[in-house]
Design a protein around this ligand. Sequence first.
Ligand SMILES: [Zn+2]
Length: 368
Amino acid sequence: MRSSRADAKFLVSCLVAAAAILAAAQTPQPAANVLVVTMDGMRWQEVFGGLQSELLTKEAGGISEEAAATATRRFGAASPEERRQKLMPFFWSVIAKRGQIFGDPKHSSVARVTNGLWFSYPGYNEMLTGSPDPRIDSNDKRPNPNVTVLEWLNHRPSFTGRVAAFGSWEVLPFILNASRSGLPANGDGPPIAKPESERERAINEFAAELPPYWGETRFDAPTGLGALEYFRKHHPRVLYVMLGETDEWAHGRRYDLYLDAAERNDRFIRRLWETAQSMPQYANRTALVLATDHGRGDTAEDWTDHGRKVPAAERIWMAVMGPGVLPLGLRADVTVTQSQIAATIAALVGEDYRGAQPNAAPPLDLGR
Ligand SMILES: [Zn+2]
């Protein structure tokens, strides 16, 4: 028989264990993995409002009446809510319900770039390092002097060799300083570095057969296919995919193809997410971050453009979903900056980026 003193001791240890379990239940576990996808120069106007009918003309959107009719059939609807749902169905049916979305001016939600330059390299640098850097003032292929959150994570013990990036822009390896960081960072050429399977060889063949339409940016299809194949085969804990077509079609004043690219990007993001949910290492243990490098002009004339002469390009959007992110949907009455994305990526997987990079902006407050 146990003494009453032993019983009391046993009871206390039971209570301590129960309290620990309760505390663990209340502190959400961070995600084990994080997927980051950016859509280059994707405007908040379409993210939150879908198709903008004033751009469906030859002059503003560079499209024929026939193309305008097709775009209206695919993406047209009476309300902005219906239009955005048609343009980005995964974003609005899944992320808006289970995650958080920042930057909708209608809800006093401000998301902005802080580098003051409003073009790509300074934007990606701000987003991935956590602070703007005036030295990054061109899109030239110069190795980034700064350490990105991807490089930093790759030096964390349980992430080493498990961080990778795929992009549609040949500057990506320079932004990540691939020669220093050692990160696999594919931004042009064959998407699969060492093809072994029939499918991997087919992806590289397909990529090689596409026209080099923009030169430094390739179509998003080979980028996405390469990233998905890498994801399935190598199981990175951190995967970054930099999509590029939205920016290029917009510069080319092809509003119909800009919308088409946005819809295909949304489909890719769904595919990436669903692929993650189909693998035990990722299912319910993976966070998703979506963002853009800059906004664009707000008028029928300058919606195609961004950069120093287009201050409207300061306004952006971003979205996050995954373990520890409360399902608050469209965030209202809040101001966030592009520089917060770096620490957010780290925080989602339980890492403190600011501890190492005190200049970095704090992670987004996601109600964790
Ligand atoms: Zn651009």
